[in-house]
Design a binder for this molecule. Structure first.
Ligand SMILES: Cc1cc2nc3c(=O)[nH]c(=O)nc-3n(C[C@H](O)[C@H](O)[C@H](O)COP(=O)(O)OP(=O)(O)OC[C@H]3O[C@@H](n4cnc5c(N)ncnc54)[C@H](O)[C@@H]3O)c2cc1C
Length: 368
């Protein structure tokens, strides 16, 4: 069977693209590839922080996209909820950033504008009395929020499946482009032809595109990890924290520590005890989190993940001789926030429609 569009990747980027495609293409003409399993994609370990954190003065497109993101994500999630009939747990309650002393505070407020304090968008200083956190100062970003990322991804997938989109539970291993068609196959028996292709494979984008002899220059992969552990005691509402490249979610029975700056490692594997220890120390130092009071030591695990290209991009590849080849990637830390923006632009472009002016800043052609 020949599909109208094949999407490689079932993280936020791929699923958002399928969601957009479904508005214009019959579901039975849409096929989505990607292995199933927790920890094999960045979207499965994302903690769900939606962060607009930044300075009012900064009008950079990425920052603007982030500012717009809460409304956008909220609308998008509402649509998914109304079509799927399922509620996705979320709490737009504000995100906290701790600081220990004046020097640390200056770093917090001057990250973008070097030592000069301009005031942070929608932020305020609080002395939060949060469970398990020592009573120090926090910058609170009341417009930032949190969403259960895993629930979002499962609900979105289920909706796409029940609408009739076809899913293949494996990665594409072979592909070529012949007579205006993409021929795709995976490790099992899944030979598929498609008129259009969207590559949304996160960190794997570059190597997947290379199979078609296409390169995206200037992208760089970084890796991330997440450490989850059981905590004791009542947490009535989730608390979202950020500090540098680390983030921490505290919710009922579980704390999730995530980091998106694990530079040395390139393979997916479980964390060693030493790494867990150093992560827990960073938890204590960065977040002033009282581990001893909170931790249920038996419930500790962690996984490291090769992930993400550096800056967002979408679109048809400018110098490719292959027509109808599109990509979305580089979502880095903002995957949840801007995947729907990029996917909307990418699918609009694919269908020959006008593209949102904000999204156009992230067109892949800027790398060439
Ligand atoms: C620890 C951590 C915490 C994070 N926390 C947050 C957060 O709180 N908020 C936020 O906004 N962002 C967060 N992020 C970032 C966010 O997770 C990513 O930006 C986003 O998930 C990237 O989505 P993606 O769809 O591009 O890639 P991925 O989610 O990595 O998906 C890639 C997909 O491609 C598939 N694939 C790979 N190769 C092939 C192939 N050959 N054929 C077919 N399919 C293939 C994979 O199976 C997978 O389905 C976090 C990231 C990490 C690592």
């Amino acid at each position: 069977m020949t599909f109208e569009v094949a999407i490689l990747g079932r993280g936020f980027a791929g699923l958002s693209a399928a969601w957009e495609a479904l508005k214009a293409i019959p579901p039975e003409k849409i096929i989505i590839f990607g292995r199933v399993g927790v920890g094999i994609r960045a979207s499965e370990v994302a903690q769900g922080i939606l962060s607009n954190k930044g300075l009012k003065i900064a009008q950079a497109p990425l920052f603007q996209a982030k500012l717009d993101s809460l409304d956008r994500v909220d609308n998008w999630v509402r649509q998914i909820e109304s079509l799927s009939g399922r509620r996705i747990n979320r709490a737009f309650l504000g995100v906290y950033e701790p600081f220990l002393d004046e020097i640390d505070y200056k770093k917090v407020v001057s990250r973008v504008y070097k030592e000069r304090y301009y005031g942070i968008y929608g932020s305020n200083l609080v002395k939060a009395n949060l469970p398990y956190f020592r009573n120090i100062n926090y910058m609170r970003y009341p417009l930032d929020g949190w969403i259960d990322a895993r629930e979002l991804i499962v609900t979105l997938e289920n909706h796409l499946k029940s609408s009739g989109c076809k899913f293949v539970d494996q990665d594409v291993t072979e592909m070529n482009f012949e007579s205006n068609l993409f021929n795709l196959s995976g490790t099992l028996d899944s030979r598929v032809q498609s008129k259009r292709l969207i590559v949304a494979c996160g960190a794997k984008n570059s190597c997947v595109l290379r199979k078609l002899s296409v390169e995206i220059p200037k992208t760089k992969t970084v890796s991330g990890h997440v450490l989850s552990f059981g905590i004791k005691g009542p947490i009535s509402q989730p608390v979202a924290m950020v500090k540098n490249t680390n983030s921490l979610i505290i919710r009922k029975g579980e704390a999730l520590l995530g980091s998106t700056s694990w530079k040395e490692q390139t393979i997916n594997q479980d964390l060693h005890d030493l790494e867990k220890k150093s992560l827990l120390t960073s938890l204590e130092n960065d977040f002033s989190f009282d581990i001893r009071a909170a931790l249920n030591p038996k419930a500790l695990w962690g996984h490291r993940e090769l992930s993400k290209d550096r800056l967002p991009y979408w679109g048809a590849l400018p110098h490719s001789t292959i027509r109808n080849l599109f990509t979305i990637g580089g979502l880095y830390k903002s995957g949840l926030q801007i995947s729907s923006l990029l996917a909307e632009a990418c699918v609009a472009d694919m269908l020959g429609k006008r593209v949102d002016s904000l999204a156009s800043h992230f067109h892949v052609s800027r790398w060439y």
